[in-house]
Design a protein around this ligand. Structure first.
Ligand code: CDV
Length: 312
């Protein structure tokens, strides 16, 4: 039985540091209205979608840092997005910086078409480092501003299928995809803020878009899942970020992709039942996996199996 769903990656262009949340929310509502006109049932917004991506600069003052975080969701400023989604009957994914008591996370939620939060994920793979590195043109301080997520890698029944969440850097780690795949994810949603330039390894700058799609396509194919991946793109506070927001089929094919680095809606009609074509055959986990030989994957690096470079 086909399980059709119309999904969209709602790419955002840059958000200026002085752009109020209300403006970012208004841009998202405009994309959601466009999505509604195109019959979309699920809209996926980027990682940390309400503000500029502040880990790109160094701050010490906790009050200054905390102004990028949400203490509640929905808040007065995000309520209009929830209201519009409920009015239009559209589910959505939203990334934001979250404060929970003394804890700070890089978080994503899935909100159902009735406006209720049906899944929540806190980012596990936080890239970068903790202290200022002034030689860089911009920073990568997620390890300074966020704690590692404590909710595992959730997959929930929603929208007629099994929906998993991860965030940005997580997409580069095959372990994340397999953990989602082992929970029978049929649709993985994620947002990203990915600089075009890597100051530590500029020789691969021209491969940033390739590595983005390579990771998404491999994750989709090897686990027989659809993926909707959404960028915050373009030149934001001195940091140029890739676009390439896309929808990937369980075959690994990109079936829709952004062509700009601005606000753009990328739409595809999918059939969640097509995941079976991969999961019943080439990646039939029950028939073909050999987990007793994979134990090293779940063990820490040791003296016997040293890390090639020390962690920062
Ligand atoms: N927000 C991210 O996690 N960005 C990383 C960059 C810093 C490498 C990414 O994996 O795209």
């Amino acid at each position: 039985m086909p399980r059709p769903l119309t999904v969209a990656a709602a790419q955002l262009g840059p958000i200026a540091d002085d752009e109020p949340r209300a403006s970012a929310v208004a841009r998202m509502i405009a994309l959601m209205e466009k999505a509604h006109r195109r019959g979309v049932e699920l809209v996926v917004f980027p990682e940390a979608a309400l503000t500029a991506f502040f880990p790109h600069w160094y701050m010490e003052d906790q009050a200054a840092i905390d102004r990028y975080f949400e203490t509640e969701m929905p808040s007065a400023e995000t309520q209009p997005l929830f209201d519009k989604a409920r009015e239009l009957g559209i589910a959505f994914h939203l990334g934001y910086a979250e404060i929970d008591g003394e804890h700070r996370y890089n978080t994503a939620i899935l909100v159902g078409p009735d406006g209720t939060i049906v899944s929540k994920y806190r980012k596990v793979h936080l890239p970068g480092y903790r202290e200022n590195e002034p030689w860089r043109p911009f920073q990568n301080l997620e390890k300074r501003y966020f704690e590692r997520g404590n909710l595992g890698f959730p997959v929930v029944d929603a929208l007629g299928g099994r929906v998993g969440l991860c965030i940005c850097n997580d997409r580069r780690w095959p372990e994340v995809w397999r953990i989602l795949g082992l929970q029978n994810a049929e649709l993985v949603l994620l947002g990203y803020n990915t600089p075009q330039h890597d100051p530590a390894s500029p020789a691969i700058d021209h491969l940033q878009d390739f590595h983005n799609h390579l990771s998404l396509q491999a994750g989709a194919y090897q686990n027989g899942t659809y993926v909707v991946a959404t960028a915050k793109a373009g030149l934001e506070e001195g940091c140029e970020m890739i676009g390439g927001s896309c929808i990937v089929a369980p075959t690994g094919e990109i079936i829709a992709v952004a062509s700009t680095r601005g606000d753009e809606l990328v739409v595809a009609d999918i059939d969640l039942d097509r995941c079976k074509e991969i999961r019943s055959n080439i990646f039939n986990f029950t028939a073909h996996r050999q987990p007793d030989l994979y134990t090293a994957i779940a063990e820490p690096m040791t003296a016997a199996r040293p890390a090639p470079v020390p962690a920062k």
